[in-house]
Design a protein around this ligand. Sequence first.
Ligand code: ADP
Ligand code: TZP
Length: 263
Amino acid sequence: MINFDDIFKQIKESTHTIHAIVSPLASNDLANVLLSLNQAPILAEYYKEVYEVTKNSHALLINLGTLNQSKLMGIKEGLKSAKENNIPIILDPVGASATKVRLETSLYYLKNYPIKVLKGNYSEIYSIYHKKLTTSGVDAKNIAKEEIIKICQDLATMYNTIVVASGKEDIISDGKETLLLKNGSPLLPKVTGTGCILGGIIAAAYSFEKNLNAIALAISILNIGAELAIKDKGMATFKISLLDQISLIDSKTIEERIIYEKL
Ligand SMILES: Nc1ncnc2c1ncn2[C@@H]1O[C@H](COP(=O)(O)OP(=O)(O)O)[C@@H](O)[C@H]1O
Ligand SMILES: Cc1ncsc1CCOP(=O)(O)O
């Protein structure tokens, strides 16, 4: 049984600043989720201020969700600052399976910066590994779990990082240890931005403890929150109820409900 008491207490009792460069589509929900977990989100992407913001933060989340030239200039400053000031970088390569620019950008960041956590859906992780496009949009295609597990393990070793592949079952690997998490709801992929929110929770949890358990906690906050949310009143109610459940969840509930395997 994983014990989440200590890290959950740290998150709830002390506030870290999380610098998120994220798609505007998901930014409001992501910021509110972080606030509800007692964390301090800051969304800044103007290249003239990004270096300073990252330097004063506990983690930098880079989400490629909605790219443009000025955002890329901002991201470059954030990555430089994180590297020089030893701030952990969490990369969410949204759409890396769908466009050449996103795939090449993700590969460039992985090669040139110390990415501590790479978190994508199955297709994004598959595309980064095989260096080829596999989707036309941001959602994942069906790929065998066994294949993605091996890819996560190999990518983690190749880039000296923790790899998270989200989907019906979530995979977390640092190349040596691998966890498979089985909570969640089929409604989650029907709400846009839930993967982006997950990136934010991972960035916050990882800033407290730099290990697989912190990431397992982050995924469980979202997935068990979704299991507890209202599902029979339509998608808008589900989403609001999900945000409620995330703000109310405690470590005991997570420990009781988590379903996982150590591989
Ligand atoms: N079919 C599913 N059943 C249960 N949970 C799911 C399912 N698909 C995705 N999830 C959960 O939804 C969250 C977002 O994952 P995913 O949809 O893969 O990300 P993205 O939005 O980046 O494509 C994760 O916490 C994941 O565990
Ligand atoms: C629909 C869409 N288009 C560009 S980013 C985005 C949201 C993706 O968010 P998530 O992967 O978290 O569902």
